[in-house]
Design a protein. Structure first.
Length: 137
C-alpha cells in the first residue's frame, strides 16, 4: 500500500468506530481522530509523506516495528506507546484496519465505564468474529 492508501484506509476505519470524532487541534495539516476526547489516530503529510500514527501496547509496538519496515516509532509521540504507519509493500488493508481498531480499543478501555461508547472486550470479539468470517469467504 502506498502512503495515501494507508491514510485513506486508516481514516475510513476510524470513521466506522462508535463515538469517533475528527478534529484539527494542531491546524489543518493534522487530522486527529478521538473517542470521548482521547486521541487514537493522527494523520498528516507534514513529514513529506502521508503517515498515520496510532496507539499500540508497548510489547506490540516493538514486535510490529521488527516485523514491518513500514511501521516505525510514533512520529512526535511517545515511542513506547505509539507507532507510525508509512506506505510500503509490507502493509495490507486488513492490518491497517486491525491496528486502528486496536488503537481505538486501547483508548476506550481506559475511559470510565459510563463514558465508553462500547464495551471494549465485547467489541473486540465482534470485530474478530467478523474479520474471521470475511477471511473465510
Amino acid at each position: 500500500m502506498d502512503g495515501d492508501a494507508v491514510v485513506r484506509r486508516a481514516v475510513a476505519r476510524a470513521q466506522e468506530l462508535p463515538g469517533s470524532q475528527l478534529e484539527n487541534p494542531f491546524g489543518a495539516d493534522w487530522d486527529v481522530h478521538k473517542v470521548r476526547g482521547k486521541v487514537f489516530l493522527l494523520t498528516t503529510a507534514v513529514t513529506g509523506e502521508p503517515i498515520a500514527t496510532l496507539k499500540a501496547r508497548p510489547e506490540d509496538s516493538v514486535a510490529l516495528r521488527r516485523a514491518f519496515a513500514s511501521i516505525t516509532p510514533g512520529y512526535h509521540m511517545n515511542k513506547r506507546h505509539w507507532i507510525t504507519l508509512r506506505g510500503g509493500e509490507d502493509l495490507d488493508p486488513e492490518l491497517v484496519d486491525d491496528l486502528v481498531t486496536e488503537s481505538y480499543l486501547l483508548v476506550v478501555e481506559k475511559l470510565p465505564r459510563h463514558e465508553r461508547p462500547v464495551d471494549p472486550r465485547e467489541f473486540a470479539r465482534i470485530v474478530a468474529d467478523r474479520l474471521a468470517a470475511e477471511r473465510d469467504v
